[in-house]
Design a protein around this ligand. Sequence first.
Ligand code: ADP
Ligand code: MG
Length: 256
Amino acid sequence: MAAATRLSVRNIHKSFGAHEVLRGISLDAHDGDVISLLGASGSGKSTFLRCINLLEIADQGEIVVDGERIEMTMKNGHAVPASRKQVDRIRAELGMVFQSFNLWSHMTILDNVIEGPVHVLKRPRAECIAEAEALLEKVGIAEKRHAYPAHLSGGQQQRAAIARALAMKPKVMLFDEPTSALDPELVGEVLRVMRSLAEEGMTMLVVTHEMGFARNVSNRVIFMRSGEIDSDGPPEELFGKGGSPAFRQFIGTFGK
Ligand code: ADP
Ligand code: MG
C-alpha cells in the first residue's frame, strides 16, 4: 500500500508588493518522507515553510494537511483562511523549528515543552509532564528540565525546541535552517536528533545548508531557485549526475 500523503501543496504563489517570492510551488510529502529544501538565500525557502503553517497566507494555491484542506475565503480582495479554528488545529499538527530556537525565555525548559499540550490541546498536566520528560530524555537534555533557556547552549536550546514541537505529536515537522545559528561544534548534536526522528519515520521538511544531512538522511532533495522548484529527486540522483546546471553550481559552492 502506498504511504499516506501527510502534506500536499498545490501551486502556491506569494508576493510581497511587486516581488513574487513564490511562483507556483507544488509538493507532496508522504508518511516518513524526509525532504531537504535547498536553495540560495532569498530563493523563498522560509516563505514557503511559513505559507505551509499559515504564518504567511499564500495569494494562491492549496494546502492539504493529512487529508484536510485549508479552507480559504476572499476578504478585501485577499485570500484569507475561512476558519480560525481550522488554522489553530492545522498549526498544531505542524511542528515548526526555527533557526533562532524561539523558546520562551521566562519559562523553564519543561514548561516550554508542556505549554502547547496543556494550554492548546488542553490535556492533563501530569500526563504532559511525563511525556515531556521522556521527550527531553530522547533529545538528551533531561537534566536541563528545570533550567531556563539562557542557561543552555545553542545546541541544547535547539534540542529543547525540537522536543517542544514533538510534544504536540505533529503529523509533519518543518525545520527552517535548524543548525544555521549554531557554533560548528554544536551542529552535530542537533543533526543526530533529527536523524533519529527521520529513522523513526517522522515526516519532515527541512530547509538546510547541511549537505551531509541532505545527502545521507533525506530521501528527497528539492532545490529552490527564485521561488520555483528547479531540481527535485532522490539524493543519489541529484548528488550523482542529476540536477540542473544551477543546482550543480549551488552544491559546488559548498565544497563538501
Ligand atoms: P530564503 O529563506 O530562501 O532565504 P525568504 O523566503 O526568506 O528566502 O525570502 C525570499 C524573498 O522574500 C527575499 O527577497 C525576502 O527579502 C522577501 N521577503 C520575505 N519575507 C518578506 C516580508 N515579510 N516582506 C517583504 N519581503 C519579504
Ligand atoms: Mg530562510
